[in-house]
Design a protein around this ligand. Structure first.
Ligand code: SAM
Length: 229
């Protein structure tokens, strides 16, 4: 899958996108990520991409022309979507991530300042918000969506099973004849079996639930299902 990010800060997400799972996915050619500097689409020598709002008001508004020009330069795959990062857009979810992961290409438009000239709506297929709060730019949002989508692409996660049992996706193996679907993953534990938690002068032993230590997978499955929400 190909990801393109249009931004005035093309370096901003660099090390995050180059490390760990996303870094590996790029090395293994499962995904590609290209940053596009919006200033390359500017018309003037000063590489201006924003201007004062018509009608007055605080701050600057990003101009539509550099965005349109940059979009035109991006080679499009057959199944592609342009996503505008917008705090007032559709709230991002695992379901949206799953739908987007079926495409061949996602192009993100990251706003800054007071936002983008509203006519940008005509250039985008979807307006997505990563949460009901306002950030200073769309770059983190693009990174969030990109990562949530990329980990659903076959081969990106080392262990396919991780996806099946994950929060929002958990499908525990059949218990009896009952198939179930729950929203949040069961609690996970690892070594040590007993952790001594010190709080001021008090010490408390925190144990791993016994059922997880006995190797009885039917019992473990039952416990996990009970503790998923
Ligand atoms: N003036 C705008 C408003 O009141 O809605 C806020 C603009 S914000 C400072 C600048 C840019 O950050 C937005 O154009 C958008 O691209 C991005 N952004 C901010 N919060 C976001 C969120 N929750 N989800 C997605 N993008 C966001």
């Amino acid at each position: 899958m190909r990801f393109d990010i249009i931004t005035i800060f093309p370096q901003m997400l660099g090390s995050y996108l180059g490390e760990s799972l996303l870094g590996r996915a790029q090395k293994n050619k499962l995904i590609s990520i290209t940053m596009h500097n919006l200033r390359d689409g500017a018309k003037d020598k000063r590489l201006t991409v924003d201007d004062a709002p018509y009608g007055g008001g605080p701050g600057m508004v990003m101009m539509i022309e550099p965005i349109a020009k940059t979009l035109k330069k991006i080679k499009r795959r057959k199944k592609s979507k342009v996503i505008l990062l917008d705090p007032a857009g559709k709230q991002f979810s695992q379901k949206i991530a799953a739908d987007l992961s079926k495409l061949d290409q996602l192009i993100f438009i990251c706003g800054r300042y007071e936002g983008i000239d509203a006519r940008v709506d005509k250039l985008a297929d979807e307006k997505i918000s990563i949460g009901p709060y306002v950030l200073s730019g769309g770059e983190l949002g693009a990174g969030v969506i990109l990562e949530a989508v990329a980990r659903l692409i076959p081969g990106v996660l080392g262990n396919k099973q991780s996806l099946n049992e994950e929060t929002f996706n958990y499908r525990p193996s059949k218990i009896g004849n009952k198939k179930s679907k729950v929203d949040t993953e069961y609690p996970q534990y690892t070594r040590p079996k007993i952790f001594i938690h010190t709080h001021g002068s008090k010490k408390k032993k925190l144990h791993v639930p016994k059922v997880l230590l006995n190797g009885n997978h039917k019992e473990i499955n039952k416990w996990r299902q009970k503790h998923s929400k």
